[in-house]
Design a protein around this ligand. Structure first.
Ligand SMILES: Cc1ncc(COP(=O)(O)O)c(C=O)c1O
Length: 486
């Protein structure tokens, strides 16, 4: 068993600690060099400095109580109004800032459940109707809040299908949810049609604009085709938009907006009988970091509409270049019709295996999001990716060539693992295996966990039975099926 790590007996000096921090950074993906295609929403060093200073100046302030810090109250209310304006809300639109997309979605689900309890008490088994491509944060929220999620299939363009959603609506439906756009494919769900359905069935409708809320308005202003997705659409009752994504604020900031107070009021939680006093809380978190609010407010002040437009123009132009380059590679096909800077591609007929291609790209120093159903690679084009687009495309072509020349590679490395996860039809087994990976990660009774974490960037080997099942499924796909058919 490895030695347990304790708080150092004597405090260490600042320089040693900062030095260690910068060494720890060396093992991370070099996102600033454009090697990651997700997670870090970056403008430039000057903007980063502003965020850091703004965050630091409200580093200690706690927004637990909106009345204790007038400064943070003012900034939160202004961020809410700026976002509501951007998403074409009228003066009745209101909301709160939260810590991120997942909290915004959690609160929206909670709010509609609380509303249903008050307004429709006959609903004892509440349901949400949505599509397969919706972000898992909805299912997570519903799981915690004991709500059933009913998901309809998406179409060939990777978009929600209103007629399929309609089939799932019952008298227990408390909410319809759709995305603008979806994370997996950057597809814009048909918000107008779904909102019509919502109005017709008298059900609230949440649009998840977590990734698109601070980008799509500028994409639209730049003249790219974008169907209506925001408060201009009657029937849309709430929208989540993450300021820590394309709002270019600091991490820990999202905005959750409702059409009016009649919805938002169900979000507030008030405990009246606590010995610690009356405890009132507008969002999920108790203590709320003042820094995230100050940094988001400052980001909006610093970039201004012209700044957001300029950055969006750059990344949309880069997106068109990548799309064009991908369309010229005969083996590649792009999934759906992405509406902004998300591109998801696969290989035609999965030849060569897209996960082998992904492994090769990873060996060349790229960090990738692998997706399933179908197996594919996901890119969000960020500003820091722009200078390395040509290198990426060259590396992709080389990786495809390698995969074509080495068909046996499927059985190795991450390609095998991800291929296996995507292929196994029993999803309960996949869940069990992933659960085990987490259990192992946090199980400190195992040997050398810390050292392992320091050296390993790949996922652990799957259990033997999964490998055997995988081989069987591969064999079945290649030969068993054919034998049966012939
Ligand atoms: C469409 C969508 N919704 C929700 C989320 C969840 O946001 P967060 O990771 O900030 O919790 C994401 C994150 O990428 C997203 O793309």
């Amino acid at each position: 068993m490895s030695e347990r790590i304790s708080i150092p007996a004597q405090g260490r000096d600042k320089d040693t600690i900062l030095d260690e921090l910068s060494k720890l950074h060396l093992k991370d993906i070099s996102w600033k060099a454009g090697r990651a295609w997700s997670m870090v929403y970056y403008v430039d060093d000057a903007h980063q400095e502003l965020l850091t200073e703004a965050y630091s100046s409200f580093f200690s302030e706690n927004y637990l109580n909106p009345f204790a810090f007038q400064s943070l109250k003012k900034m939160e209310l202004e961020v809410i109004q700026m976002t509501a304006n951007l998403l074409n809300g009228d003066e009745n639109v209101t909301g709160t800032m939260t810590s991120g997309g997942t909290e915004s979605i959690f609160l929206a689900v909670y709010t509609y459940r609380e509303r249903a309890r008050k307004v429709f008490p006959h609903i004892t088994e509440p349901e949400i109707v949505t599509s397969d491509s919706i972000h898992p944060a909805f299912e997570k929220a519903a799981h915690i809040l004991n709500i059933k999620v009913k998901k309809a299939p998406i179409d060939a363009e990777m978009r929600a299908q209103p007629q399929e959603l309609s089939k799932l609506i019952t008298r227990n439906t408390i909410l319809i949810a759709a995305s603008a756009p979806t994370y997996p494919h950057g597809a814009l769900d048909p918000i107008v049609e779904i909102a019509d359905l919502a109005l017709q069935k008298k059900v609230p409708f949440h649009v998840d604009c977590c990734i698109g809320g601070f980008l799509l308005p500028w994409v639209e202003k730049l003249g790219y085709p974008v169907d209506l997705f925001d408060f201009r659409v009657p029937g849309v009752t709430s929208i989540s938009a993450d300021a820590h994504k394309f709002g270019y604020g600091a991490k820990g900031a999202s905005v959750l907006l409702y059409r009016n107070m009649n919805y938002l009021k169900h979000q507030f939680y008030i405990a009246t009988d606590w010995p610690g006093g009356i405890y009132a809380s507008p969002t999920l978190m108790g203590s709320r970091p003042g820094g995230a609010i100050a940094a988001t407010w400052s980001a909006m002040q610093a970039l201004g509409q012209d700044g957001y437009l300029q950055i969006t123009q750059e990344i949309m132009q880069a997106t068109q270049e990548i799309k064009k380059a991908l369309s010229e590679i005969p083996e590649i096909s792009i999934l759906g019709t992405p509406v902004m800077n998300i591109i998801t591609y696969t290989t035609r007929g999965n030849q060569p295996d897209i996960f082998v291609v992904a492994d090769q790209l990873e060996q060349k120093g790229w960090m990738l999001d692998r997706q399933q159903l179908p197996n594919s690679i996901h890119l969000t084009v960020m500003r820091q990716n722009i200078p390395v687009i040509d290198t990426y495309i060259e590396d992709l072509k080389a990786s495809i060539l390698f995969a074509k020349n080495n068909p046996g590679e499927t059985a190795k490395g991450n390609a095998a693992l991800y291929g296996l996860m995507a292929r196994i039809p029993f999803r309960g087994m996949v869940e069990q295996n992933v659960r085990k990976i987490f259990e192992d990660l946090y199980d400190f009774s195992k040997t050398s966990l810390v050292e392992e974490a320091e050296t390993s960037s790949t996922l652990p080997e799957p259990p033997l039975w999964m490998g055997l099942l995988n081989r069987f499924l591969l064999w079945w796909g290649r030969f068993g099926n054919k034998k049966l058919k012939s």
